[in-house]
Design a protein around this ligand. Structure first.
Ligand code: ADP
Ligand code: MG
Length: 248
């Protein structure tokens, strides 16, 4: 026995995960929102982060990309501690973020929305836009339309396509199905599945639709009151377990 044995890893976090959020406290300005949040995104896998409105899910994503500060704890990406890196450097390291509400420039066309990302990052290969469009063929006939005229589903696809232009290794998706009609939700599910399978991406998905999320996920985490109250592998998860937690 040694006196300095390492603390056991939190449930739902593994040493070889692409992203590890370790015991992070954070919040907005002086408002504390997150308390000891730990979760992991497996390499080439998907972790779904669930919880009712206001529990801190979006705050977790904003802290991972560096828009908000972690007051305690660490964020480790591909073995490197990125906790103190600026958002731009985290993006360059391969972390892309699609915020809730699918930010696009409404006056710019679909093509321009994609080009803006490409222009901002001259280190990126030119094929990024075509690859992103191949995943969302519905956007191809809309390239010259201002983004403000797209439907909610089309705009969500554009928001994800914009993130893909940066050719990330980790994609953070904040409620991509919110307010979107069911047939487009299925297309987004297909696209996420394809990103994992063919592009080798790892994904952290914040999602209210439990069935949708669990169909795609190898890992899950459930939050309440700024804390992770349960996390682990989805394999062998008892039917209704997550639903019971969410009904607390
Ligand atoms: N910009 C902000 N300033 C202050 N508090 C905020 C801000 N955004 C969110 N919060 C608060 O942080 C908590 C968690 O919010 P959020 O992370 O958006 O939850 P979720 O994404 O799970 O719905 C809520 O209590 C919310 O009121
Ligand atoms: Mg949110």
């Amino acid at each position: 026995m040694t006196a300095t044995a390492a603390a056991p890893a939190a449930p739902g976090v593994r040493d070889d995960d692409l992203l590890r959020v370790e015991a992070v406290d954070g919040g907005h300005g002086s408002t504390a929102v997150l308390f000891g949040v730990s979760l992991g995104v497996p390499r080439n896998g998907l972790c779904c982060l669930m919880g009712r409105n206001g529990v801190g899910k979006s705050t977790v994503l904003q802290t991972i990309v560096g828009l908000l500060k972690a007051r305690r704890g660490r964020i480790v990406f591909d073995g490197d501690d990125v906790t103190k890196l600026k958002p731009y450097d985290r993006a360059r390291a391969g972390i892309a973020f699609v915020p809730q509400g699918r930010d696009c420039f409404p006056q710019l066309t679909v093509r321009e929305n994609l080009r803006v990302v490409q222009e901002a990052r001259r280190d990126l290969p030119k094929s990024g836009i075509d690859d992103a469009l191949d995943l969302f063929p519905r956007l191809k006939p809309l390239l010259d339309r201002p983004a403000g005229f797209l439907s909610g589903g089309q705009m969500q696809q554009l928001a994800i396509a914009r993130a893909l232009v940066t050719q990330p290794r980790l994609l953070l998706l904040d409620e991509p199905t919110e307010g979107i009609q069911p047939n487009i939700i299925l297309e987004i599910e297909d696209a996420i599945e394809q990103l994992k399978r063919t592009a080798g991406l790892s994904i952290l998905l914040v999602e209210q639709y439990v069935d949708f999320a669990l169909r795609l996920a190898e890992r899950y985490a459930v939050m309440d009151g700024g804390r992770v109250i349960d996390a682990g592998d989805t394999a062998g998860l008892a039917d209704g377990h997550v639903r019971r937690l969410l009904a607390v």
